[in-house]
Design a protein around this ligand. Structure first.
Ligand SMILES: C[S@@+](CC[C@H](N)C(=O)[O-])C[C@H]1O[C@@H](n2cnc3c(N)ncnc32)[C@H](O)[C@@H]1O
Length: 300
């Protein structure tokens, strides 16, 4: 029996339990909330994610897994869903104790067994075939119910690629699907930090040349054996953390490629990737510019 679970990494002021089972899909190797049996958990701490569907899904899953009388302790930054937490939990029929701390709202509830609406929240936030997208995806996954404009730009400008390659930050597999249209591609590693993205990609990309890895690109081992890499690296709102992520992707791509191998990269126009590309690659060619995005082909 799992006794204590944790979802995400709450700030230390909330005293996250050290020995709890981690259940965040964004932490490779963690246990999936979905895999926990009903009523098998004594206490749960959830650092609630910012998306509404994703958050209600995580809360409903945690409540489902809790035993009656078990405690759910949830917090979120005020402007990242925290101010809606209490209402959302009350909508499940729970009595909620709310406090404010460190720009967060924290809610404590005890499972009664009479909660309502858990199944509906789980269905709305689960992996699903997205209408109009013709793909499987899940709320919380990057651009989960649409084709990202940056990836679309890259897909439109890339030539047919050849040999062994990887898609760093593959999401639910939109770009990889286009890459695999080239018959000269012999293998493609789809890699993402988000388990939900990797699971969706596995369903979307049914191709014997594809393999799937739930991993952090920054800590991948690089063998320098790939012919090509495509990537629409994480950027979010262009904060400094995101910029560093993109820079780490570029460096890792250079390590993973063989000499002469090529990286096809799309970045938000405001992100200054040029210096990092020039430092890690022999030749960097702008490959298009439009719609707020810049494309690059970089050769090792
Ligand atoms: C801009 S999105 C591109 C997704 C996909 N190519 C698409 O077009 O839908 C970047 C992806 O990188 C993933 N990601 C973020 N940090 C990562 C990391 N450290 N290692 C691997 N993937 C990461 C995100 O989960 C997200 O799916």
């Amino acid at each position: 029996m799992t006794t204590s679970i944790l979802y995400g990494r709450p700030p230390l002021v909330f005293d996250p339990p050290g020995a709890a089972t981690q259940t965040s899909p964004l932490i490779p190797g963690s246990t999936a909330l979905e895999s926990l049996a009903d009523g098998s958990v004594e206490t749960a701490m959830v650092y609630a994610p910012p998306g509404v569907l994703e958050r209600r899904y995580a809360l409903a899953q945690a409540l489902r897994a809790l035993q009656v009388g078990g405690r759910l302790d949830v917090m979120a930054a005020k402007d990242k869903g925290g101010s809606r937490l209490k209402k959302e939990l009350e909508a499940f029929g729970l009595e909620v104790g709310e406090t404010a701390k460190a720009h967060h709202r924290r809610c404590l509830v005890i499972k009664t067994g009479s909660e309502t609406g858990l199944d509906a929240a789980i269905a709305a936030g689960a992996m699903q075939a997205v209408e109009g997208l013709e793909a499987w995806s899940q709320p919380g996954v990057f651009a989960w119910d649409r084709i990202d404009a940056g990836s679309a730009q890259l897909a439109a400008h890339m030539p047919a690629l050849k040999g062994a390659g990887a898609d760093l930050g593959c999401g639910y597999g939109a770009l990889a699907t286009v890459v695999l249209r080239s018959e000269a591609v012999t293998s493609l590693r789809l890699i993402d930090l988000d388990r939900r993205a990797v699971d969706a990609a596995r369903k979307n990309v049914e191709d014997a040349r594809a393999s799937f890895e739930w991993a952090d690109v920054r800590t991948l081992e690089a063998a320098g054996d790939l012919d090509f890499i495509v990537s629409n690296p994480p950027f979010h709102d262009g904060g400094s953390e995101d910029r560093r992520l993109g820079q780490a992707f570029i460096k890792k791509a250079a390590e993973m490629l063989k000499k002469g191998g090529g990286l096809w990269l799309v970045g938000n126009r405001h992100l200054p990737y040029e210096a990092d590309l020039n430092a890690a690659f022999k030749r960097v060619t702008p490959a298009g510019d439009g719609g707020g995005y810049k494309l690059f082909e970089a050769t090792k």
